[in-house]
Every structure is written in structure tokens, then in C-alpha cells.
Design a protein around this ligand. Structure first.
Ligand code: ZN
Length: 290
């Protein structure tokens, strides 16, 4: 994609991107010909501009989840605006790499887990578009109860797993991501409880990202990089932010490679036939989706 003075970018113009990636700037900053696009939404501004680029011939919109400079803590991210913005530029499949804590000793730092289940332990986040009161273009949404039994796209998961294996990084296939409100890390008691429930990893951003994607009929795939053992699974001082950043930094190149291969491995938007693609079939939302 050219980064030159072509037609000014119009919002809501479809097909500027096929695939959305919500992650840090480490995932796109080195790409050539990245176009920065500011998007506004009925829910306010997303975390940052969208950065449009191309990987393996696929148009991708990158969105820094925490904003440039990482100024947004997980509980202050405007998740509704983020997913809406990605859909508004044409993205129908979303990859959401994130940093997590391992809840089992065998899921040490550097483990890549592609979860197939989610537990929401957040407390104060807007987590639906269909609340009957947030107007879009003057119209009120209906109250909709979306099926969310299987929160992740099976096709996206398969692509992510295959990409990791293709780069000799044996991923953990499946597991439960429990999402906490943050920004603090868990106490030992919380961590022991999470592990005792059989959950695999703990993070702060996977919810409501996944459910909002589903509400917009988007495919969503989480790729969870373990940066530390959570408080109940290790014996030291507990998790520190420095520790998380260090492990993430050491693995970001690897994760980027997997992410890019996964982008290349996703189906075309037109050929999607997964449960996410049909999530809105027969549902009256009351509002026009972008
Ligand atoms: Zn899907």
C-alpha cells in the first residue's frame, strides 16, 4: 500500500483492510508503506490511529491496544471503539496477541498458548454494543443476547497454531484465558484459585475484546504469550511489570513472525464460513454496523 498523497482517507470506506491486529507497535513499526488512519466511532476514539499495511498480499490494520507509548491501562481501553474501528475499515478477522501470566508451572515464560475458552473476571468495562441505549446514527440498538459458548474463531485458531509450529514454536493448543480487571496483578490467593479451577493463563485485555468482536460478526483469535508465572504458580516475589516487559521483548520477534504467517494463512473474508461469520444471522441489531 502506498504511503503517498493519494486520495485522502475516508472513514468507513470498506476494504482498506481485511484483517485487524490488536497489539503493540512492535508488530508493525518496521513495515514499509504503513498508512496511518484516524478513525472516530459512535463510542469515541479507539486506542490510537489504525496503521494500515500489507503482509503477504493481505491488507492488515494494526491497532496499538494501549496506544502509542503504552499510556492506556487495560481497564481504560475503549474496547468498543477499537473493534468498531477495525470493522469500519473492512476488517472481518482479528488477531489479538497478548501478554499473560501462566497458571501452571509447565506454562513458563516464553510459552505460546492459543486459548479456546475464556473466563471474564473484569468488573467495570463496557462489553456490549447491544445495550439498548448507546445510539448509533440516532438509532438505538436492540438488546441482543449473543451466543458465546465458543469465544474464539476455530479457523483463526488453526491458522495461529499452524504458524507457530511452522516456526518451531510448539504452541499449547487450547486452554482457558481468565481475564482480570487489573491493572494490578493477582494476589497469591486469587492466582491459586484461578489455577484450581483448571484455567490456564491470566491476562487483562482478552475481555471484552473477544465478545465485542463476536457481536460485530468478526472472527477473533487470541494468541497468548506467557511472560511470567502468576503469583500462585511461582515461589518468588510475585509478578513485576519489568519481568513482563523483558520476556515480551525477548519474544516479540518470534511472535511477530507467527502473527504474520497466521495473517497469510487466514481465509479471504468472502469465504468465511465459521460460527463467527454467522454470529449475526437472523439477529436484529437495530443499528447499522460499519
Ligand atoms: Zn471465525
Amino acid at each position: 500500500m502506498a504511503n503517498t498523497a493519494q486520495a485522502p482517507t475516508t472513514r468507513n470506506e470498506s476494504c482498506q483492510a481485511e484483517i485487524g491486529v490488536i497489539g503493540g507497535s512492535g508488530f508493525y513499526s518496521f513495515l514499509q508503506d504503513v498508512t496511518e488512519v484516524e478513525v472516530d466511532t459512535p463510542y469515541g476514539r479507539p486506542s490510537d490511529s489504525l496503521f494500515l499495511g500489507e503482509i503477504a498480499g493481505r491488507k492488515v490494520a494494526f491497532l496499538p491496544r494501549h496506544g502509542r507509548g503504552h499510556h492506556l491501562p487495560p481497564h481504560r481501553i475503549n474496547y468498543r471503539a477499537n473493534l468498531w474501528a477495525l470493522r469500519s475499515v473492512g476488517a472481518r478477522q482479528v488477531l489479538g496477541p497478548c501478554a499473560v501470566g501462566g497458571l501452571r508451572a509447565e506454562y513458563g515464560p516464553g510459552t505460546l498458548l492459543v486459548p479456546d475458552q475464556l473466563v471474564d473476571r473484569t468488573k467495570a468495562r463496557a462489553q456490549t454494543y447491544y445495550d439498548g441505549e448507546s445510539a448509533v446514527d440516532g438509532k438505538l440498538p436492540e438488546v441482543v443476547h449473543m451466543s458465546f459458548a465458543d469465544p474464539y474463531c476455530p479457523v483463526g485458531r488453526t491458522a495461529a497454531l499452524a504458524s507457530a509450529r511452522g516456526r518451531d514454536w510448539e504452541p499449547v493448543d487450547g486452554g482457558t484465558l481468565v481475564v482480570v480487571e487489573g491493572p494490578r496483578f493477582s494476589t497469591r490467593a486469587e492466582s491459586v484459585w484461578h489455577a484450581s479451577m483448571g484455567w490456564s493463563v491470566v491476562g487483562m485485555t482478552g475481555h471484552p475484546e473477544a465478545v465485542l468482536a463476536r457481536e460485530l460478526g468478526l472472527c477473533y483469535t487470541s494468541m497468548a504469550l506467557v511472560t511470567d508465572l502468576d503469583a500462585g504458580a511461582e515461589t518468588g516475589e510475585g509478578v513485576s511489570h519489568e519481568e513482563v516487559l523483558k520476556v515480551f521483548g525477548a519474544n516479540v520477534d518470534r511472535l511477530r513472525g507467527v502473527l504474520f504467517d497466521a495473517v497469510a494463512g487466514l481465509p479471504s473474508n468472502a469465504s468465511r464460513d465459521c460460527l463467527c461469520a454467522h454470529a449475526l444471522d437472523g439477529i436484529e441489531t437495530g443499528i447499522a454496523l460499519p
